[in-house]
Design a protein around this ligand. Structure first.
Ligand code: HEC
Length: 131
């Protein structure tokens, strides 16, 4: 049995480079930490943990708690705000910049990297940023 398993493993190991092409990244390879793709990926995880209750899993402003608030949580896919504004309202909250108090301040809860990752994520799903 062990010999069969070894043979199968050897066959897979030989076949793999051919299947993926010589210079393709091996499956499951990590994204470079400093890449935009990695930031977007991490930001999506932060968003799923902290923001979906209000803004919704699709970031369209339709979270489970959205109807409790007037004005409603913003549809972040359709936002016309720039990255600096995203960073500001996420760090300081709505009340500090003349918007709704119900948009919380996150700077005590999240790290700077998490805020930057959120901004990258929001940019990646924003309709006005797509070509
Ligand atoms: C308790 C509900 C609630 C939670 C949780 C929440 N938000 Fe908000 N958010 C709001 C509300 C309400 C507004 C709209 C404020 C207004 O229109 O004055 C808003 C507005 C925003 C805006 C401004 C968008 C624009 O176009 O002006 C951004 C960006 C934003 N939220 C990001 C986030 C992120 C990122 C998180 C998670 C870290 C989050 N929010 C969590 C309620 C929430």
């Amino acid at each position: 049995m062990a010999r069969v398993a070894r043979a199968v493993f050897a066959a897979l190991a030989l076949a793999a480079p051919a299947a993926f092409g010589a210079d393709a990244a091996p499956q499951g390879a990590l994204l470079p930490k400093d890449s935009t793709d990695a930031a977007v990926f991490r930001g999506g995880l932060v968003f799923a943990n902290y923001c979906v209750t209000c803004h919704g899993i699709n970031a369209d402003g339709n979270g489970r708690a959205a109807r409790l608030y007037t004005p409603r949580p913003a549809n972040l896919r359709m936002s016309d705000k720039n990255d600096d504004y995203f960073g500001l309202i996420i760090r300081k909250g709505g009340g500090m910049i003349g918007r709704s108090e119900f948009m919380p301040s996150w700077e005590a809860e999240l790290t700077e990297e998490q805020v930057r990752d959120l901004v990258a994520y929001l940019r990646s799903i924003n309709a006005s940023s797509r070509s």
